[in-house]
Write a protein that binds this ligand. Structure first.
Ligand SMILES: [Zn+2]
Length: 357
């Protein structure tokens, strides 16, 4: 919470007394995060870009999208009215992750296992430090984006700290962080922390309507998106994903109404079980995600009956559940997800959940 307050205090102090919006036209097309976007635009317009930022918040809120617009605006060479233009070579290079002065660091995949390494290590930071110390190819900004920066191990974090302690001109380091509590205080105290919060239902719906999505679908997707624009966008761009989400929610609606023995009988049909337990765990995580999306939608609806019948249509039977039972099940699923992280057998986790629903 402290970090959030820091973020907003800084936002307000930074924005006072500037009428930059009249001189600069920025078109970022970001869903939500109005204050953060406005703050970053003003930093560019008034030439007060910080040497380092932390974009903090759970995945899916749009941190990478805001970083993308920020970086494109710094480099854009377009002559049109608005920045970024999205069309000039610089915008295209940032988009394609091929810009010579933008360095991206993150967890890398272990070629033997095909999975991400658990940590970002010191060699990656040393490499970054060397790149940042060199002149730019285009005599312009040098930007480093560290994705999953909460996965920096202690040595890597201390190496990064040295870079942060000696900021060089026209260099910006952006740390994308899901869990701010995992970051060293020595780092968070040296950078500008911007906290990304879930985007409101109405902002997501308005954004979807601006993308020419029908009112009914925009309403439905906004309900399901957990305040995460990326989930909403995925649902409009990937119809298979949207269908999977709605199918999973319907399957939950069905088992919710059954007695315990019937629920257990249905258990095997809920997941496409694999011999590889890690695949089962990731599939079960997704299933739980979708159930939580549906449940959250219903919990909100159950407190607003006037919207209930119009929107639930497909899962009308679920409306019979009380808000209390929905909340209890929401907690059960959240707990079950935690058990999956602790390597408890996926079948046991699901069975235990199904019994207790
Ligand atoms: Zn451009």
């Amino acid at each position: 919470m402290v970090a959030k307050e820091v973020g907003f205090v800084l936002i307000f102090t930074h924005m006072t007394g500037e009428n930059w919006e009249e001189k600069h036209k920025f078109l970022w097309e970001v869903c939500g995060h109005e204050k953060i976007v406005s703050y970053l635009k003003s930093a560019i317009a008034t030439d007060r870009v910080n040497h380092a930022y932390i974009f903090a918040g759970p995945s899916g809120l749009g941190k990478a999208t805001v970083a993308d617009r920020f970086i494109k605006t710094l480099y854009c060479q377009g002559q049109g009215e608005y920045k970024p233009c999205g069309q000039c070579p610089a915008c295209r290079q940032v988009e394609a992750h091929t810009h010579p002065d933008v360095y991206r660091v993150g967890r890398v995949i272990n070629e033997k296992t095909g999975k991400f390494y658990r940590e970002i290590v010191i060699d990656q930071m040393r490499d970054l430090k060397m790149k940042l110390s060199q002149g730019t190819l285009l005599s312009s900004w040098k930007i480093a984006i560290i994705e999953d920066a909460d996965y920096l191990n202690v040595n890597a974090a201390n190496s990064l700290l040295k870079v942060l302690e000696e900021p060089t001109r026209k260099t910006v380091i952006i740390l994308l962080v899901s869990d701010l509590s995992q970051m060293l205080k020595t780092i968070t105290s040296r950078v500008q922390v911007l906290n990304f919060l879930p985007v409101s239902h109405d902002e997501i719906k308005d954004y979807l309507l601006s993308q020419e999505i029908s009112n009914d679908k925009a309403q439905r997707i906004a309900n399901l998106s957990l305040g995460k624009p990326r989930l909403a966008i995925k649902m409009i761009e990937d119809n298979d994903y949207y269908n999977t989400v709605t199918t999973d929610i319907k399957s939950f609606g069905e088992i919710f109404e059954l007695d315990m023995f019937s629920r257990l009988k249905k258990m095997d049909s809920l997941l496409d079980w694999d011999k590889d337990e890690s695949i089962n765990i990731s599939r079960l995580n997704l299933l739980f995600d979708h159930w939580l999306m549906g449940l959250r939608d219903l919990i909100m609806l159950s407190t607003n009956n006037s919207r209930l019948m119009a929107i639930v249509a497909g899962e009308r039977s679920l409306a019979a559940g009380t808000a209390n039972r929905l909340l209890r099940v929401y907690d059960l699923i959240s707990t079950a997800r935690g058990l999956l992280d602790r390597n408890i057998s996926s079948k046991n986790v699901l069975e235990n959940l199904i019994i207790n629903i």
